[in-house]
Design a protein around this ligand. Structure first.
Ligand code: AMP
Length: 280
C-alpha cells in the first residue's frame, strides 16, 4: 500500500492508473478508523480497480470551540486496517499541504445545511464540501463512499455533486453499530464507562421512534416527543436536537408522508453524538 503525504505524489499515481483505464474508489475519512470506515473501504474494494483512503482531520470543518486539537489520531493503526482490506493508497496530508498560505476558495451549499447539525455548526458543511471537492480533484475518483451515519453530510455531498456536475458517483453506505446498538464513531473513544452505558439511550430512543413511524404514525411531533421523552430519562444526556425532516430538502416536516430522515444529536457529558434513521 502506498502512503502519500503530498498531493503531487497522489496525482502521479492517479495519472498512471487513469492511463491504464482503471476505476478509482475514494473513501474520505478523518482517520482513527473503525468498522464503520472499514465497511466503506470494503465496499470500495469490491467495486473499483483502485481504492484510495484519505486520512485527514480537516481543520476547516471544525468550529473554534470544537475538538480539532483533541480529535483522536492513530495513523499506524489506520494503515494496518487499510492494508488488511487491500487499499492501494492512503493519503495523509499535513494541513499546510491541503491549505496553502492565503487559501481563500471555498465550496458550500445552502438550504440543506440550515438545519440539524448545520444549526449548531455553522461553518462545518462548507468545510466538508471544500475538502471533499479537493479530494475529488486530487484523486479523480470514479466513485466516493460516504456513511449514512453522517446523513446530512451524505445528502449535502450528493446535492453538491448533482448541482455542480461533478464527474463522480456517490455511494451511501449503512450505519455500522456496536453489538449493543451504539453507532460506531471515532468520538466514542471520548466516553468513559458510565457515559458509554448512557450513550445507549440514542439507539434506544431512535428504535422506538422508527417503530412508531413504521406502525403508521404520521404526526412528526408525536414521534419527536416520544424520542425526546426517552432521551430525557437518561440523566447524563443533553439534547442538541431531535428532528424529522424530509430526506430530499432536509426541512422540518409536520406530517410524515414523504421519505424522511429522523436525526438526533445528543451530548453525553461533553461528548456530542449523532445518530439517525431514514425511512423511504
Ligand atoms: P469520519 O472519519 O468520521 O469523517 O467518517 C468518514 C466516513 O465514514 C464518513 O462518510 C462517515 O459517515 C463514515 N462512517 C463513520 N462512522 C460510520 C458508521 N458507524 N457506519 C458507517 N459509516 C460510518
Amino acid at each position: 500500500m502506498i502512503r502519500a503525504e503530498k498531493i503531487s505524489k497522489v496525482k502521479e499515481h492517479v495519472r498512471a492508473w487513469k492511463k491504464e483505464g482503471k476505476t478509482i474508489g475514494l473513501v474520505p475519512t478523518m482517520g482513527y478508523l473503525h468498522e464503520g470506515h472499514a465497511s466503506l473501504i470494503k465496499r470500495a474494494r469490491e467495486e473499483n480497480d483502485i481504492v484510495i483512503v484519505s486520512d485527514f482531520v480537516n481543520p476547516i470543518q471544525f468550529g473554534p470551540s470544537e475538538d480539532l486539537a483533541t480529535y483522536p489520531r492513530d495513523f499506524e493503526a489506520d494503515c494496518k486496517l487499510c492494508e488488511s482490506i487491500g487499499c492501494d493508497l492512503i493519503f495523509h496530508p499535513e494541513p499546510e499541504e491541503m491549505y496553502e498560505d492565503n487559501f481563500c476558495s471555498y465550496v458550500g451549499v445552502n438550504t440543506l445545511s440550515e438545519n440539524l447539525c448545520g444549526k449548531s455548526r455553522p461553518i462545518h458543511f462548507n468545510g466538508v464540501c471544500t475538502v471533499v471537492t479537493k479530494l475529488f480533484m486530487i484523486t479523480e475518483a470514479t466513485k466516493a463512499y460516504f456513511g449514512q451515519k453522517d446523513a446530512q453530510q451524505l445528502a449535502i455531498v450528493c446535492r453538491m455533486v448533482r448541482d455542480l456536475n461533478y464527474n463522480i458517483e456517490i455511494v451511501g453506505c449503512p450505519i455500522i453499530r456496536e453489538d449493543d446498538g451504539l453507532a460506531k464513531s471515532s468520538r466514542n473513544t471520548y466516553l468513559n464507562a458510565d457515559e458509554r452505558e448512557a450513550a445507549l439511550i440514542l439507539h434506544k430512543a431512535l428504535t422506538k421512534g422508527e417503530e412508531l413511524v413504521r406502525a403508521g404514525e404520521k404526526d412528526a411531533k408525536k414521534v419527536k416527543d416520544e424520542i425526546t421523552k426517552i432521551i430525557e430519562t437518561e440523566p447524563m444526556a443533553r439534547i442538541d436536537y431531535v428532528e424529522i425532516v424530509d430526506w430530499n430538502q432536509l426541512q422540518p416536516i409536520d406530517r410524515i408522508d414523504c421519505d424522511i430522515l429522523c436525526a438526533i444529536a445528543v451530548y453525553i457529558g461533553k461528548v456530542r453524538l449523532i445518530d439517525n434513521f431514514i425511512i423511504k
